[in-house]
Design a protein around this ligand. Sequence first.
Ligand code: NDP
Length: 282
Amino acid sequence: MATIPTLTLNDGRAIPQLGFGVYLVPPDDTAEVVRAALESGYRHIDTAEMYGNERGVGEALRSSGLARDEVFVTSKLNNAWHRPDDARRAFDATLDELGTDYVDLFLIHWPLPTLFDGDYVSTWKVLEEFQRDGRARSIGVSNFEIAHLERLAGETGTVPAVNQIEVHPYLTNDEVRTYGHEHGIVTEAWSPLAQGKALSDPVVTEIAARISRSPSQVVLRWHIERGDVVFPKTMSPARVRENADVFDFELEPRDRDRLSSLGQGEAGRIGPHPDTFDWIPD
Ligand code: NDP
């Protein structure tokens, strides 16, 4: 596998542009699946308290033989814990579950503007504490719309290092991406394969057949060339390798444009809209 390039965050730290996501990876399988990803050369794992599998990620890290600083680990704050004291307890629990002293990146998972008096600003200031005490090397947000980012910019002193948002060929999310680009916020594209739906699209399969690559590689390459971070999820070791094998070819500009033109705006969104999402786990 070719070396995975890194991007530089606004705090000077480096993040591998391709990682492995573990949403919907069952907790009992997580250690094995993540170990397979690390053995294939992945050095970036994206988990969250709400995925219930941080412990398995930690097990894989310890049994991999890799030094802690060789792997970039992200986790995220559970929606239930936006109040500052809850966020502090939740972050302690995340480090316990992972069995590590620090995470490379910690995110507010959703802004939840209709809950907790819409006060994600206080929550963000608690993440600033975690960064100051060194237990979160970088801090960022997820599912933040432009209005949410502008509010943080107006009321706090730190700019999120990343914004992890839904992006794939059916939801190109370019307004939020452009805001991020203009303000030094790296975009992380979640569900980069549209949860597999993009892989049977005729435009994707035509390009894949013509350039002798898989549909997944074509879509992931499109993200990489747009400059976003991706972490596709798969339970299959063969697909783990296939998904990382995207650094030795380039798309023709015409093909890149055709993939971008698959965007359907809001109709292409798979997940909930961040302005209204208010789910709290039991
Ligand atoms: P993806 O877009 O990564 O798609 C995953 C699906 O694609 C699975 O069904 C997988 O099936 C299939 N797949 C993966 N690789 C291949 C391949 N090479 N060929 C064929 N099928 C393939 O969806 P996710 O929703 O999992 O998103 C990725 C990550 O983004 C998550 O794991 C999580 O880390 C993050 N995320 C963050 C969110 C947030 O709110 N911040 C929300 C959602 C996701 P199989 O497993 O059978 O191979």
